[in-house]
Design a protein around this ligand. Structure first.
Ligand SMILES: C[S@@+](CC[C@H](N)C(=O)[O-])C[C@H]1O[C@@H](n2cnc3c(N)ncnc32)[C@H](O)[C@@H]1O
Length: 308
């Protein structure tokens, strides 16, 4: 059984350098409302791929993280917070540090690893673990490969929520280009799969991606906008308009996974609720309504054909 993950003071300390003490939270929220009204996206894997090919080709990932992103309105429970948007990525990293300490995997795959920032930090925090990344886009893979090959960037040292133990282990990360719908690894290749805001982009291949995760590892840590945290209001509108991941934690058994822990007591964007879910492989829940319905349809069509 996993113990409690992060205390309030852990989270306070992690976001502190990015919190803005000036600025008008209500005004920032009104701006988000307006921009969500204009959103329209079909969420297809083609458009996801086009978006991220373009997004990753023009960035220096270490510079991007050092800058911390733009200031955005967050909520932690009822508490309003204005902070740089990447502050919350530091909180996710701290969750990953704690979970990896507790789960003690020997090998970890990050699915949808983007430019590889999570992987290089995790590898240098846990140098004895083998880290692998899978990413859809060519430009993301190239960024990962550049990051892995070069000396560890000093800016990222600052971004890590806790000290790193090795500055060279990131050179051992393996990266592949591919899709989560068809992971290019044999069953049980890893002890743990991690996703951070990646399933978010995979609503159209949700079932395949989740089943594949359970095929290649017995456990997963999914830091994602499950429906549980985006049921209504602005968050529902935003996730729907973006075609984002729409599963609930309770849906996981349909994909052969079951949640053993969830955590959601941390700052979330006002328009996107992201929780931490630890899941284990389980027998897929049978879908009892499916085959009787098929059978009835078949009987119905036979009766029609025989003219009764
Ligand atoms: C929001 S980014 C998150 C990147 C990274 N996990 C992070 O925390 O910085 C989502 C990533 O998922 C990738 N992605 C989307 N669909 C994918 C798929 N079917 N297979 C693999 N990666 C995918 C995108 O290309 C993008 O790099």
């Amino acid at each position: 059984m996993l113990g409690s993950l992060l205390s309030t003071s852990d989270i306070e300390a992690t976001i502190a350098p990015y919190v803005s003490s000036t600025g008008d939270w209500d005004r920032a929220v009104r701006k988000v409302h307006k921009s969500v009204k204009r959103l329209e996206c079909n969420g297809s894997q083609r458009s996801v791929s086009d978006n991220y090919e373009a997004k990753w080709s023009g960035v220096d990932p270490a510079e991007r993280y050092a800058a911390g992103g733009s200031v955005a309105p967050f909520q932690w429970g009822q508490r309003p917070i204005l902070m740089r948007s990447l502050a919350v990525k530091r909180v996710y990293l701290l969750y990953l540090y704690r979970l990896i300490e507790q789960l003690q995997p020997r090998s970890v795959l990050e699915v949808g690893c983007g430019t590889g920032i999570n992987l290089v930090l995790l590898a240098n925090r846990f140098p004895d673990i083998r880290f692998h990344g899978l990413e859809l886009t060519r430009s993301g893979v190239e960024q990962c490969q550049r990051l892995i090959a070069k000396q560890f960037p000093a800016q990222l040292l600052e971004f890590s929520p806790e000290p790193l133990t090795d500055m060279t282990a990131h050179h051992n990360i393996s990266i592949l280009q591919g899709t989560a719908a068809d992971l290019p690894y044999p069953p049980d290749s890893f002890d743990l799969v991690v996703t951070v805001l990646a399933l978010e982009q995979m609503e159209q291949i949700r079932a395949r991606a989740l089943c594949e995760i359970g095929r290649v590892a017995p456990r997963a840590v999914l830091i994602e906008p499950f429906r549980d945290w985006n049921r209504d209001g602005l968050r529902r509108r935003y996730t729907k308009a973006n075609g984002y991941f729409g599963a609930t934690v309770g849906n996981l058994p349909s994909y052969g996974l079951k949640a053993t822990l969830t955590a959601a007591d941390h700052p979330m964007k006002v328009h996107l609720g992201v929780g931490v879910v630890v899941a284990e492989r389980a027998e897929p829940r049978s879908q009892p309504l499916y085959w009787p319905r098929q059978l009835l349809r078949l009987i119905g069509s036979r009766i029609q054909r025989s003219g009764h």
